[in-house]
Every structure is written in structure tokens, then in C-alpha cells.
Design a protein around this ligand. Sequence first.
Ligand SMILES: Cc1cc2nc3c(=O)[nH]c(=O)nc-3n(C[C@H](O)[C@H](O)[C@H](O)COP(=O)(O)OP(=O)(O)OC[C@H]3O[C@@H](n4cnc5c(N)ncnc54)[C@H](O)[C@@H]3O)c2cc1C
Length: 351
Amino acid sequence: MNRTDVAIAGAGIIGLTTAFELAAAGCKVTVCDQSEAMSEASRAAAGMLAGADPENPAELRELSRLSLAHYPEFLDRVETLSQKKIPIRTTSTMQGIHHLPPDANPLTEPEIEKLAPRANVSGWRFVSLEEKSIDAWDLAEALPTASRAAGIRLRERTPVLSVRSEGAGAEIVTAAGTFSAGIFLNATGAWAPALEPSMPVSPRKGHMLTAELPGELQMQCVLRTPNVYIVPRGANRYTVGSTVEDAGFDRTVDPIRIQELFSRAVDLWPPLRDASIAETWIGFRPGSGDGLPIIDQTSDHCWIATGHFKNGILLGPGTARVLSQWMLGQRPELDLSPFRAGRFALLPASS
Ligand SMILES: Cc1cc2nc3c(=O)[nH]c(=O)nc-3n(C[C@H](O)[C@H](O)[C@H](O)COP(=O)(O)OP(=O)(O)OC[C@H]3O[C@@H](n4cnc5c(N)ncnc54)[C@H](O)[C@@H]3O)c2cc1C
């Protein structure tokens, strides 16, 4: 039977960034994906590195900070290995808030007009956040190529069917045969319970669209409220997101949802009224019972990393760093107790 040091199920951002770290530490890594690498949630994302979003749970602060600190180095490595560019698309976010915290510094109307000309500010106070965004499609193009160049064995269209702990490691059963590994990671996103049925993770569907506005780019920053966001993606294109739905793995792109989303965006930024909708798509965020990631060891040789919900692109490099430290027997540099799966046993049965 073939043997590798590390086997990973799932070639989304969580599986591939972790594979990257482990390969850099000298491990022989095989990543299996039931479909194509970076073709699910990690491709569907808007690409905001929204560590400063006031809607984020406080428990994400340290992991976000760690991830953002490693982002420049991560992008550099991916670009060098893949020879593909992943430009930073925006460097600030104009965030609408209903109730400003006492220490907040709201933007004045002239400041708003400069950042997002003709934005509809009614009902909102806006603050400016130092926050970057990338285009998830750029990352989806580059990361699989970079992974292969880093020596990672990427087996696409190879579903992992089951995993058994055996004496010195794990036995991985795939649709294309069985192999063994010293350690195993379940990074299958919204599909994680298929391999680990006790995990409270489910798909949270999101509709997205790209709108094309004739003429020059008119807004340079991300414009975001808790209801909708508009992310400039270069040229005259804007990505608009998103819905959060409990619809199982239904892949339908619903024109009514798209139209509602577009109307919300036009309401926030009226110049979009003249835009045409160029692309529409959906994705399945991996959502856990409490909206936080699950990063844990599930048996002697097996780990899981899923549930990154709305922030997996942001949290990928940080998750990979602490997880690879743990999988290699080192002490993770962050306290991971907020993300341990055991926390769900402490919740009341109805939650
Ligand atoms: C509409 C939308 C907008 C978003 N916007 C943002 C954003 O702006 N910023 C941000 O930080 N995050 C955003 N996110 C969240 C982010 O995309 C996710 O948190 C992240 O992509 C999750 O990564 P993942 O690797 O866990 O899952 P995925 O990318 O879904 O990868 C899981 C992989 O596992 C594979 N798989 C499943 N089962 C098996 C199996 N049995 N064997 C082998 N392979 C298997 C799948 O094919 C898939 O490729 C958004 C998500 C959506 C849907």
C-alpha cells in the first residue's frame, strides 16, 4: 500500500494552505479532492480579508491577526511558485454601522463622497477600516499550481470515502484505492460531517453576482453594511454579496435571490443602477453550530479544520500555521480552545 507522511481530504483554502505549511516543513503531502482544487467555497468567496469587520465574533480576533500577519508572505510564495499574480484589489473598507461604539470615528459626508461617490448614507454611520481584499478567483487559479510546484501531490476527482486510524497512522480509502498516511486532516469544508458525522457543520449557501458598470472604476474601497457588500475587482467590475441560506447542497442560482441582492446593492450605491449583471454563482460556506471554526484533533492520527463560515479566505494562512504546528507535535502559537469540537457538548441540547 502506498504511504505518505500527511493525507488531506479537501483542496480548498484550508486544505491547501495547511498542505503548504507541512510541505515546507519537509513532509510528503497528498491532498485528495472529490472535485477540482479550489472549486467550492474558496472560489465562491468575495475575497475580503475582513479581520476588522465589527460583525465578527470576538473569538476570531487573534486568529485573524495571525492570518493577516502571514498574508503577504503567503501571497508572495504562491505568486513565486505559480508565476501567477494575486493583486491586492482594495486596501480599505467603508463599513456602515447602525450603532456606533463610543470610541468610533465616523466619516464625514465629504470623506464618504470621496471614498464612495454618491453612496446612499441614510440610516447608516460609516467608518473607514484598514482592510484588504483579493479576488478569490485569482487565488483559485494560482494556489493549486503553487501547491504542485511545492511538491504536494494533488489528486483531483478523488473523493475520500472513509478514514481509519491504524497502528502507526491512518488508512485512507478513496474512490481510486486505499493508501496510508502518518497523519490525516479532514478539510472538506461544508462536507466535513460525511467523514466525521459528529461534527455540527452544515452548508450555508450564498448567492453572489458580478456587476459591470460602463466607464471608469468609480469606487476604490469595499462598501459594506451588515446587509450587503460591494467589492471592486478591477476594471469596471464589482462583486456583490451575499445571501446566507440554509438550503442544503442545492446548487440552483435563483434569479429572484440575485435580483434582491442586486437591489440591495443599488440601494446602498445608486450608481450601480446602470450596471449589467455579468456573472452569478453560489457557494457553500462551512457553518458550525456557533459560527466559529472547528480546529481539533479527532483521534490519534487525525485532525479536522472546518467551519470557517464567512471568513475562510481571511483565516486560511493563520489556521494552516497553528494546525501544522499541532500536527507536527509542536505547541500551537495560539490558544485554540475556542475552536475545539468539545465546546459543542457544553451547549444546551436545543442550540
Ligand atoms: C458566497 C461566499 C462569499 C464568501 N466571502 C468571503 C470573504 O469575502 N472573505 C472570506 O474570508 N471568506 C469568505 N467566504 C468564506 C470562505 O469562502 C470559506 O470559509 C472557505 O472557502 C472555506 O474553505 P474550505 O477549504 O474549508 O472549504 P472549501 O473551499 O469548500 O473546500 C472544501 C473542499 O473539500 C472537497 N471535498 C468535500 N468532500 C470531500 C471528500 N469526501 N473527499 C475529498 N474532497 C472532498 C470539496 O470538493 C472542496 O473542494 C465566502 C464564502 C461564500 C460561499
